[in-house]
Structure formats: C-alpha cells, structure tokens
Write a protein that binds this ligand. Structure first.
Ligand code: SF4
Length: 228
C-alpha cells in the first residue's frame, strides 16, 4: 500500500466509539458560530504533505473546529496558523497559511501525521484511544521508513507515541526511554539499519505560543535543524 491508500483507510476509521461520537456531534450540531455555514469533515484526519517526505511531523490530535472541520492536519485553527507560517519561512510549505482544501497549500520534504487522528473532547484522548490509534502511526512510520531521516514530535504525547510505535516496528531505541524536551534529539535506528533523528519541539498550541514558551524563532530553529 502507499500513502494515498493509507490516507483513505484512516479517514473511515471508527475504532474509538467516544471519539466517533464527538467528531460527528461537533460536525452536526456543535459547530462554532463563525463556521456555522461551512461543511465539516467530521472524520479522522489523514496525513497531509509530501508522500516522499524524509521528515515526518507528529502532532497530538485534531482540533474540533480545525482539522475536524477542514479535513487537513493543523488547518483552520490557531496552532496551524503558527505552524504553517514557520513551515513556509523554513522552505517546507508553499504558503504561509493553511485555510482549507483547494487553497494551494502544499508541503515539500515533510508530511504531517498525529498521535491520535480524531478530535478528542477537551483535546484529551484517553490512554486507550491513544493505544488504539497507534496502529495508524505505526503504518505511517513504516511507509516512510525507507527514506526517513527525521521525526519531529510536537509535545510529549507525540514523542511518546512515536517511541512506542517505532519500538513495535523493531527499531533500535535507546534505553531507558529518552524523555521529551524542546530541541531534544535522540538517534534511532530503523529495522533496516539506517539512522533516524527523533527531535522534540514544544507543541504549537496557543497555550505555548501566546505565553512565549514557544516563540517563532525557536520553532524556526528546530525546523531548520532538520535539514542538517
Ligand atoms: Fe480510528 Fe484513531 Fe479515530 Fe480512534 S482516534 S477512531 S483509532 S482514527
């Protein structure tokens, strides 16, 4: 299978009853007033970006009125505004904004996935939901593995999900388990024996960007470091 086939399979997943109910409730009756006249995707968020990417970016989970509305990772919310602006400044994104399908946005050299593909209530997936969705992350990592050089994890949940996924895929991971940190970097080895850099970055959520915990410069530095 290839990336397009995986995207199609992810988009119809219904494995987590609580998240299926939530993503569909928001889409049908819980729309934000400013988006009331828009169609909502109301499904899992498939990966977005370059199918031949050598960098994977792992986020946490879709936002109820962001990806759950637009159907594209980090598209249509405050986190995405920060992320795509940085991806554009550092040469990965065609445009500084990501509004909706058909806007001309395209990524080169990077593909965006998430630890959990459905919008969770309060942005908090349960441990069981994280474990269930891990199968999709594993598949995305496996598909990209032959050309992969780096995995950029936004936040500790993406970091932990990635480490668990690559361990299941038989990659060599340092022990004890490396802890997440901003600009933290760890060397992994794939099952076929080549090196992949695991890089941590504070999540682009408003909680981090409005408070200055994650500045545009810090984000740009991490994204630029991926090209080394
Ligand atoms: Fe499927 Fe993941 Fe959505 Fe659960 S969170 S329903 S595993 S896509």
């Amino acid at each position: 299978g290839d990336v397009a086939e995986l995207q199609a399979r992810v988009s119809v997943c219904r494995a987590c009853p609580r998240l299926v109910r939530w993503r569909e409730d928001v889409a049908v009756s819980g729309r934000r007033a400013s988006f009331a006249d828009q169609p909502y995707w109301g499904r899992p968020g498939p990966s977005f970006g370059d199918p031949d990417a050598d960098v994977l970016l792992v986020g946490l989970a879709p936002a109820a009125n962001g990806t759950n509305r637009t159907g594209r990772m980090f598209t249509g919310d405050a986190s995405g505004d920060v992320l795509y602006a940085a991806l554009h400044r550092t040469g990965y994104a065609a445009l500084p904004t990501s509004v909706a399908a058909g806007d001309g946005q395209a990524l080169t050299g990077i593909r965006i996935v998430a630890a959990v593909r459905c919008a969770p209530p309060e942005n908090r997936p349960t441990p069981r939901e994280r474990a269930t969705c891990a199968a999709w992350l594993e598949r995305d990592l496996e598909l990209s593995a032959p050309r992969l050089r780096a995995v950029l994890c936004l936040g500790a949940i993406g970091w932990d999900a990635t480490l668990a996924a690559v361990r299941s895929l038989g990659w060599d991971v340092p022990r004890p388990k490396p802890r997440f940190g901003h600009a933290r970097e760890v060397a992994l080895t794939t099952a076929d024996g080549h090196g992949v850099r695991l890089v941590g970055c504070y999540h682009v959520s408003p909680h981090n960007t409005y408070t200055g915990r994650l500045t545009p410069d810090m984000l740009d530095d991490v994204l630029r470091s991926l090209r080394r």
